[in-house]
Design a protein around this ligand. Structure first.
Ligand SMILES: CC(C)(COP(=O)(O)OP(=O)(O)OC[C@H]1O[C@@H](n2cnc3c(N)ncnc32)[C@H](O)[C@@H]1OP(=O)(O)O)[C@@H](O)C(=O)NCCC(=O)NCCS
Length: 200
């Protein structure tokens, strides 16, 4: 496993992000939606998880450059909207080859921590009723089902409407889980507490 970096998504990441999106969702978001989120939206805090060494002149980076290959690659991404007191997880996906290592959880806890820091009072999301893997992740973070949105998806599948109220206990749990991930995974976080490049 190489070094991992959590950071704000940039326009230059969109090509890699839509590859993961297409492997993860049907229908996927068009590239234009990501460019809007990154360059125009006033409420969007998109995250990427990058593997490799983003900075420095390490031997591996030098060698990768020499061979014309990227020294880093995007392996996952997520979307958080924060509008006043409401946070919304708009999307989250890991590359299929990188699932099951705690990375999706790392992105989720980073987005939730950022939402708490932005003074959101609660977080909502929608998830397919068939998506038991994602539901398990959200349940681990104490999201509960508040309703069903009938035929929410293009293929007419229903969505569970899930919600997490932020309070002191939840903030403490987020800290605790983040600390456990710090022990388990070798990562640098330039997202949770770092100002957004446009929104601050
Ligand atoms: C959902 C997703 C982001 C999870 O990322 P991941 O890196 O594979 O998950 P993690 O390894 O971080 O696992 C975190 C938790 O998710 C749940 N989980 C992960 N894989 C699971 C599996 N195969 N079966 C059941 N639960 C699972 C568990 O609760 C796990 O916690 P645990 O390790 O304490 O058991 C990933 O599966 C994915 O990209 N899926 C496709 C896109 C998608 O469905 N996104 C959600 C849209 S609402």
């Amino acid at each position: 496993m190489g070094d991992l970096t959590l950071r704000h998504m940039r326009g230059a990441d969109v090509t890699s992000v839509i590859e993961i999106d297409r492997l993860s969702f049907d229908p996927s978001w068009p590239a234009s939606s990501y460019y809007f989120e990154v360059n125009k939206s006033t409420c969007s805090h998109m995250v990427v998880l990058e593997q490799g060494e983003p900075n420095g002149l390490s031997a591996s980076r030098w060698w990768a450059n020499l061979r014309g290959r990227q020294a880093t690659e995007i392996i996952g991404y997520g979307g958080l909207w924060c509008i006043q007191e409401e946070a919304h997880i708009s999307t989250i996906a890991m590359h299929p080859d990188q699932r099951g290592h705690g990375y999706g959880e790392l992105m989720l806890v980073a987005m939730l921590s950022r939402a708490v820091r932005l003074q959101a009072q609660y977080c909502v999301l929608e998830v397919r009723v068939s998506n038991t893997v994602a539901q398990a992740l959200y349940e681990k973070y104490h999201f509960t089902v508040r309703g069903v949105k009938k035929k929410y998806y293009q293929n007419k599948e229903d969505a569970y409407d899930m919600r997490l109220e932020f309070n002191e206990d939840v903030a403490a749990y987020l800290h605790e889980q983040y600390d456990l991930l710090c022990v388990r995974l070798d990562f640098t976080d330039h997202y949770s507490t770092t100002p957004h490049p446009r929104l601050g």
